[in-house]
Design a protein around this ligand. Structure first.
Ligand code: NAD
Length: 414
């Protein structure tokens, strides 16, 4: 999924940040590597009666702050190095928002689009059983990611509970609400994008009542980001999906666009809006741009033409390092993925807390707690951004790494 080796990219970011913050070389040495990577081979009985063996991984990067936490992806292009990189990024994401978690990530090399539901269920149960000895509410808590959703989380939780002999809802997050999932988890990533957007707008003196917003991607993150930005008073002037984009400078109704997409399969040709290409949409007139689809969308090729003053990274890795430099020089603030889309992992944390205490919160309570958590995290990063005179991404990394290193020092690891 990444053009460059993702583990090398993760190391480069760590090295760059280490230099700026003058990181203790011993801490740096530990942080370069995951603590453990497990590789498993999972035999699955296919519908035609044959056995096929799938390869999967679980990488546990650092648990100085608490148990490892991170999703499991199903994709033909999964590699061990990708999973290792993603587990390191999870360490930073959990740390920057102040969660008591370290970083983990899992992946299985498979193409679920070519598998039946029964085959996916047998693969999911087989994978979870294979990694079960290094999983648990106090050890490592997996969740959904690319091509895995609440359905797979229910199978994971059930398989783990069977292995233990009693119900263990806290071993997995992103479960359906009727078996211990949290209210508000579905909306949480998009809501988080809007919360950090609101805080960033205050710092940049952007008046949200008149702000124009473009959202790339209209899936879970894109739709809810647009929905909550609209609730804050913004005008959503552009929306896109994999088939193309639409633009109307007077504003689009987010729910009407969703209805249209449900009927026709795409946002393209929504009445009263101009059809634009995905590339063009990113460069259209707006105050706030929310890339919420794929990685590597803002590059050195288009960064100079971007008109937004503020970019909120709903997706993971939408901006390349070269584009980051261009945008920083242009005075565009980029709120990085590890902070902007951390609403999801934060509500996963709330789900785990509710599972451990066996006491469940209302959606309002969840949203209120998420707001407080993200405002605090945003302000911490913003302060670092001002003190170090770096971009917001580096500031977020400095905050995240410092918190992990402090915990490692306190525990006597270095
Ligand atoms: P999703 O599959 O629900 O939606 C993806 C959307 O992007 C779809 O509308 C798709 O049509 C659109 N898309 C695909 N290619 C496109 C293109 N070239 N141009 C414009 N749109 C395009 O996925 P999601 O859960 O919303 O995740 C989106 C991103 O957010 C991913 O990078 C994911 O890793 C990240 N993320 C998701 C969560 C979460 O809780 N879902 C949490 C953190 C980060």
């Amino acid at each position: 999924m990444y053009e460059r080796n993702p583990y090398e990219m993760a190391l480069e970011q760590l090295n760059k940040c280490a230099k700026i913050m003058n990181l203790d070389p011993n801490a740096h040495e530990i942080l370069k590597y995951p603590k453990r990577v497990l590789c498993v081979y999972i035999p699955v009985r296919m519908d035609n009666g044959t056995i096929k063996v799938f390869k999967g991984f679980r990488s546990q990067h650092n648990d100085a702050l608490g148990p490892f936490k991170g999703g499991v992806r199903y994709h033909p292009n999964v590699t061990m190095e990708e999973v290792m990189a993603l587990s390191m990024w999870m360490t930073w994401k959990c740390s920057v928002v102040g969660l008591p978690y370290g970083g983990g990530k899992g992946g299985v090399i498979c193409n679920p689009k070519e598998m039946s539901i029964g085959e996916i269920e047998r693969l999911s149960r087989g994978y979870f059983y294979a990694i079960s000895r290094i999983i648990g509410p106090e050890i490592d808590i997996p969740a959904g990611d690319v091509n895995t959703s609440s359905r797979e989380m229910a199978w994971f939780m059930d398989e783990y509970s069977k292995w233990k002999g009693y119900n263990v809802p806290g071993a997995v997050t992103g479960k359906p609400v009727n078996i211990g999932g949290s209210e508000g988890r579905t909306e949480s990533t998009g809501l988080g994008v809007a919360i950090v957007g609101r805080e960033a707008a205050k710092k940049l003196n952007i008046d949200l009542k008149n702000a124009k917003v473009v959202v790339q991607g209209f899936g879970n993150v894109g739709y809810y980001s647009a929905y909550f930005m609209e609730k804050l008073g913004c005008k959503i002037v552009g929306i896109s999906d994999s088939r193309g984009g639409i633009y109307n400078r007077y504003g689009l109704s987010v729910d009407a666009v969703l209805e249209f997409k449900k009927k026709t399969g795409s946002v393209v040709n929504y009445p009263g809006a101009e059809v634009v290409s995905n590339e063009e949409l990113l460069e259209r007139e707006c105050d706030i741009l929310i890339p919420a689809a794929l990685e590597n969308q803002i590059t050195e090729k288009n960064a100079n033409r971007i008109k937004a003053k503020l970019i909120l990274e709903g997706a993971n890795g939408p901006t390349t390092p070269e584009a980051d430099d261009i945008l920083h020089k242009k005075g565009v603030m980029v709120v990085p993925d590890i902070l902007a889309n951390a609403g999801g992992v934060s509500v996963s944390y709330f789900e785990w807390v509710q599972n451990l205490q066996g006491y469940y919160w209302s959606k309002e309570e969840v949203f209120d707690k998420l707001d407080k958590l993200l405002v605090k995290a945003f302000n911490r990063v913003y302060e670092t951004y001002c003190n170090y005179n770096v971009d917001m991404r580096m500031a977020a990394y400095i905050c995240a790494i410092s918190r992990v290193v402090d915990a490692m020092k306190t525990r006597g690891w270095i």
